[in-house]
Design a protein around this ligand. Structure first.
Ligand SMILES: [Zn+2]
Length: 297
């Protein structure tokens, strides 16, 4: 992906449709849901904390029982609140896991037409910076994990690893680095773009017969990147990650231009190897987050 492509991309893109429905007046329950959200933030409530009971809420919010219930349903659907029935039940603040945020966002992209070029343009903006910021924070355990992904990719190159596993190890390298990025938004965006790519690889074998050269690029680039990470060479990591992402982007966008919009909807390939990817993207991110003890929220 070259910078010259930028002008072409701008020209090619129609203006995004503005959803006029967003201009409508919010319903009472939506306003109450916003009020409850603000209330949670103001009191610095954390997952597991109870919300006031229904009667107190009706009084405090000066709303009807129906409106309060509807507002809580909205917050429950958004994953912020969990409601348990029964005498000891009620509404509590829920913990929003990375996985649920990622699924929500993926649901949104199910209905967009994405090209590989667009996915990689985003990745190019996000991942090199994420890796650079993460560089000072990688631990000995992280380096061990990174080296083991390269080891497994090498055995994949020799055919000793099923292809799905091989691609998974390549992705794991990126998750481990991004996981140490101190900026939560960049960390999320990097994990998310890798999730999207994991799903693409799952549903269509785009890499196909060029798997060998794709794998070679990954092993070489990853080895170089680890060297710079070890010497805490922030600029070097930034530059090498850029080169690597460009190489992968060029590789994929010349294989296939448009990512079918329904590609993420349902698996078409039922080959056992590819099915092994099912849901792996988010799980990998989750695993990486758990393994290194970062906050999943
Ligand atoms: Zn890579």
């Amino acid at each position: 992906m070259k910078r010259d492509d930028l002008a072409a991309e701008i020209m090619a893109e129609p203006a995004a449709e503005f959803d006029l429905r967003r201009l409508r007046r919010p319903k009472k329950a939506e306003l109450i849901a916003d009020e409850i959200r603000r209330w949670i933030v103001r009191r610095q409530l954390t997952p597991g904390d109870r919300l006031p009971n229904e009667r107190e809420m009706i009084g405090q919010l000066r709303s009807s029982r129906g409106t309060v219930r509807e507002a809580l349903k909205i917050l429950e659907a958004q994953g912020l609140v969990e409601i348990t029935p029964g005498a000891n039940g009620g509404a509590r603040v829920a913990s929003i896991a990375y996985e649920s945020a990622s699924y929500q966002l993926k649901n949104f992209f199910y209905f967009q037409t994405l090209s590989w070029q667009q996915v990689y343009a985003f990745r190019l903006e996000v991942e090199p910076r994420t890796a650079a910021l993460a560089t000072p924070f990688l631990t000995a355990a992280d380096f061990e994990a990174l080296e083991s992904t390269i080891e497994r990719c090498r055995s994949g190159q020799q055919g000793a690893l099923p292809e799905a596993e091989h691609r998974r190890e390549e992705a794991r390298f990126h998750y481990i680095i991004a996981n140490r990025c101190p900026n939560p938004m960049l960390r999320f965006a990097s994990h998310f773009v890798n999730d999207i790519l994991a799903d693409f690889v799952r549903y269509r074998n785009v890499i196909g017969e060029e798997s060998g050269s794709f794998g070679e690029e990954c092993v070489c680039a990853h080895e170089q990147i680890i060297k710079r990470l070890r010497t805490r060479d922030v600029q070097g990591v930034l530059e090498l990650m850029e080169v690597h992402i460009r190489a992968l982007g060029d590789f994929l966008s010349h294989r296939e231009q448009i990512v079918a919009p329904d590609l993420l909807m349902a698996p078409r390939d039922t080959g056992a190897g590819r099915l092994a990817w099912a849901g792996r993207g988010s799980e990998l991110a989750g695993e990486a987050l758990q393994a290194t003890g970062s906050s999943r929220r």
